[in-house]
Design a protein around this ligand. Structure first.
Ligand code: 2IT
Length: 445
């Protein structure tokens, strides 16, 4: 059995040379669903895992645009259409200098399982560009978005592929992308999610990833008859996800003590709450990609070039980017009394950090914890199709219900005989089953 698994992974490695992040994501999923796969010969016969690890389609394109100085810039655009067995490809667009094909393949692969977990009809996809929004003017961002969409528009559509935001792509960028799509197609459709309220966006979508993560953490704590009240929480990042998580964690009685950026992190012993949370939106809108101004504004300590995991906290929620919490960080967190690590970023922990945390304390993976974002994207698609708008409370309640349901699925497939919940296994099998059954039903396509 071990041999078969190794030879499966060897083949994936051979087919995707040098794609470390993609291989890390595949290894984590395949390792945890392997026994389940072997127990179900019909999955093996149809080569479900072999097919699931191969994207249905990858689009790569040139994105030329002109900067404010009149100079021509050339970026690379991508859309990885990973799996459409249970719905149109769905997943965010990332604009960040670190974007590579390997990174987007890992994200598209993860997205397939995550979207399945939401129980909504969405396939998996991801896209983006190596474009860096840092230091760019608003006009440059608009021109880049228009150039990007002038190619992407021919590959997407409300029943084909529905992108949204991710790192570097927020409401402003979605607006520019939507405007260009509408102009090129002469069609007003829900082709993107995360839109502004005025033109089809859903209430609670901006908050959804962070809110959902905290709802999930609340369920994890409930398993231990515990709550968020009085817990100190270390967050990384300062974007949309950290913002939503800070809002909800504070509302539920937690105290958020850190946020971070590429420049370092801030430690606020009084808690990041109230107008301090709103300030995160200003930081993001400034396009500077730094958190140091928070320390200056609120008179707290700034740790240059450091990550927040060296601080004492009951709960750690990485909200920035993949592999942002390594084994050493996890060990320091645990030795400082941390009880729970929940990835709000996709694959926020390195593989060894995740394994260590799962062994020592409670650990939950991004595809379960951060599924609230894409879940409300799914709800935005529903509202667009029906041409109606649900109230804030209605969307929030649906989101909460979806997160509780994902947690229940993790328990269903991840609870061991000793009563311990393996959230990685639970989420992977929970996400796998629906996609696998749909692929079986649809034949070899
Ligand atoms: O990683 C993610 O789930 C997202 N960036 C959100 C994707 C979406 O389609 O809302």
């Amino acid at each position: 059995m071990e041999n078969k698994f190794q030879s499966f992974m060897d083949t994936v490695r051979m087919k995707n040379p040098g794609e470390d992040e993609f291989l890390q994501a595949v290894q984590e999923v395949v390792e945890t669903v392997w026994d389940f796969y072997l127990e179900n010969p019909r999955y093996q016969k149809a080569k479900i895992l072999e097919r699931m690890t191969e994207p249905e389609r990858v689009v790569m394109f040139r994105v030329p645009w002109v900067d404010d100085k009149g100079e021509v810039q050339v970026n690379r655009g991508y859309r990885v259409e990973f799996n459409s067995a249970i719905g149109p490809y769905k997943g965010g667009l990332r604009f960040h200098p670190s974007v590579t094909l390997s990174g987007l393949k890992f994200l598209g692969f993860e997205q397939t399982f995550k979207n399945s977990l939401t129980s909504l009809p969405m396939g998996g996809g991801k896209g983006g560009s190596d474009f860096s929004p840092k230091g760019k003017s608003d006009n440059e961002i608009m021109r880049f978005c228009q150039a990007f969409m002038s190619e992407l528009f021919r590959h997407i559509g409300p029943n084909t592929d529905v992108p949204a935001g991710d790192i570097g792509v927020g409401g402003r960028e979605i607006g520019y992308l939507f405007g260009m799509y509408k102009k090129l197609r002469n069609e007003f459709t829900g082709v993107l999610t995360g839109k502004g309220r005025e033109y089809g966006g859903s209430l609670i979508r901006p908050e959804a990833t962070g809110f959902g993560a905290v709802y999930f953490v609340r369920e994890m704590l409930k398993e231990k008859s515990d709550t968020l009240k009085g817990k100190t929480i270390a967050l990384s990042g300062f974007g949309n996800v950290a913002w939503g998580a800070a809002l909800k964690a504070t509302e539920l009685g937690g105290k958020v003590v850190t946020i971070s950026g590429p420049d370092g992190y801030i430690y606020d012993p009084n808690g990041i709450s109230g107008s301090k949370i709103d300030y995160l939106l200003q930081l993001r809108a400034s396009n500077q990609d730094i958190v140091e101004p928070y320390a200056e504004k609120y008179g707290v300590e700034f740790f240059r070039g450091k990550r927040p995991w060296e601080q004492k906290a009951d709960i750690a929620i990485p909200c920035a980017i993949q592999n942002e919490l390594n084994l050493e960080d996890a060990k320091i967190l645990v030795s400082n009394g941390c009880q729970l690590i929940a990835e709000a970023s996709n694959m926020g922990c390195t593989a060894d950090a995740a394994a260590y945390a799962a062994e020592e304390i409670m650990f939950a993976p991004g595809k379960a914890v951060n599924a609230g974002g894409v879940a409300v994207s799914g709800l935005e698609m529903s509202q667009n199709s029906m041409r109606i708008e649900w109230k804030k409370e209605e969307v929030d309640e649906k989101l909460n219900h979806i997160m509780d349901n994902i947690h229940a699925n993790c328990v269903r497939y991840g609870k061991g005989l000793d009563g311990k919940i393996n959230y990685v296994k639970g989420a992977n099998i929970g996400g796998f089953v629906k996609v696998a059954e749909a692929m079986l039903a649809q034949g070899v396509v």
